[in-house]
Write a new protein. Structure first.
Length: 423
């Protein structure tokens, strides 16, 4: 079934899989302002590793999909789906500029009867209070008379090949009952797991915000437990395994909380709450705990080296992994950089190796040079397993530790007898 021609704006971890999936049943233009990204995709290469080269080449060879960095190529589209990043700034408040820039671009080609759907994570009210006025101003059209909007929060889990776009139920919404039904039908045409039509755009926006805030709070709880149990000299994993013998215990694990959602989205929710005169306490408390875990890991490693009579200043420390999660190239909001900075404050010499992360992107965004190949681990006074990439898990950490190297496991995935400490 062919429907209105679709433009997907932003071809990152969310936009590309969405565009490719829709192209199976609809006419789609994948649009991105990054010319380099468009060229790579046209050559069948996706740096995010979300779409294989074979799948990408197959859809590119069809008559239903095209890629472009030219705004002219989306002028004849009737549905615009915006999937650009919504980060936070250094003050930990929402940075809407990428979203509003994409909105301005769409507004310039907006026509009567068109629908603009947002998938980017925002605070409740953002679509209609921040984006719609921009669409009206730059298009000269009137909301819910000439054009319409919808919101369907993305639920992509980068690197996850089991829970994919089509196997996760999709929340949808629209600015009128008729548009809400049209948008719901559109997503139902490609989402095997089905859809859930929310009562309003604001409800759909809020549902996304609390999904990740809830997970953030659960992780902050076990992270705080890890801080407490460290002082008690109790292994946190041992405690969690014992507690998990009760049927209704939630098995969250401590760790570094990074990524495009969990470490960012709660700030969108708290920002809106503060605008309305309410200062969130529980959500911000959880953020404070999670944001401090990188510093804790570094300080714990320093203490472990001191216990081994290792001179800290000038000591060589190797960090294995830089991405925010295992077996995935995504470095957005990675908290490994906090470990690096804190260790350097103690005067250590830090090397980082990650086979998934883009060396060029890490250098541009963090000023850090990743190693080209994994070095000899015995040359280091300490090794930190920061990300549980599969190839790291087969290493003989027990033998390395026996030669005097301090081993710290932030993922609690190694045997306790192989490490000096773990979260």
């Amino acid at each position: 079934m062919k429907t209105k021609k679709i433009a997907v704006i932003g071809l990152g971890y969310v936009g590309l899989p969405l565009a490719v999936t829709f192209a199976g049943k609809h006419l789609v233009v994948g649009y991105d302002i990054d010319s380099k990204r468009i060229d790579e995709l046209k050559n069948g290469h996706d740096v995010t590793r979300e779409i294989s080269g074979i799948e990408l080449n197959n859809v590119l060879s069809s008559n239903s999909f095209m890629l472009s960095d030219e705004i002219e190529d989306i002028k004849d589209c009737r549905i615009f789906i915006i999937t650009v990043p919504t980060p936070i700034n250094r003050f930990k408040t929402p940075d809407l500029e990428p979203l509003l820039a994409a909105t301005r671009s769409v507004a310039l080609v907006l026509k009567p009867g068109d629908i603009v759907i947002y998938e980017s994570t925002v605070y409740p009210g953002c679509t209609e209070e921040d984006c719609v006025p921009v669409l009206e101003e730059y298009s000269g059209l009137t909301y819910n008379s000439d054009f319409f909007c919808g919101y369907s929060p993305e639920r992509i889990n980068p690197g996850d090949k089991t829970n994919t776009l089509t196997t996760i139920q999709k929340v949808t919404s629209g600015s009128t009952p008729e548009i809400a039904e049209e948008i719901d039908c559109l997503y139902r045409s490609v989402i095997r797991a089905g859809t859930y039509k929310a009562n309003s755009i604001k409800v759909a926006e809020a549902s996304k915000a609390i999904e990740n805030a809830q997970r953030d709070l659960n992780i902050s709880f076990v992270n705080e437990l890890a801080l407490i149990f460290d002082r008690m000299e109790i292994d946190t994993t041992d405690v969690l395994e014992a507690a998990a013998t009760k049927w209704n215990f939630l098995r969250f694990k401590p760790g570094l909380v990074g990524g495009h959602c969990i470490g960012v989205d709660p700030y969108y929710l708290t920002h809106k709450a503060q605008q309305l005169g309410y200062n969130p306490q529980v959500i911000l408390s959880g953020r404070t705990v999670n944001d401090g875990m990188g510093s804790f890991v570094a300080r714990k490693v320093v203490k472990l080296m001191i216990r081994r009579d290792i001179k800290v200043k000038g000591a060589r420390v190797l960090i294995l992994g830089f991405t925010f999660k295992e077996n995935c190239p995504d470095i957005r909001n990675t908290k490994v950089i906090d470990v690096v900075h804190e260790l350097k404050e103690f005067g250590t010499k830090v090397d980082v190796y990650d086979p998934y992360a883009s060396k060029e992107t890490v250098r541009e965004e963090f000023g850090l040079t990743l190693m080209d190949a994994i070095p000899n681990l015995t040359e280091y006074q300490s090794v930190i397993l920061a990300v549980a990439h599969d190839e790291f898990l087969s290493m003989d950490f027990a033998a390395i530790r026996q030669q005097g190297t301090v081993i710290f496991d932030t993922k609690s995935c190694l045997r306790k007898d192989c490490v000096d400490s773990r979260l």
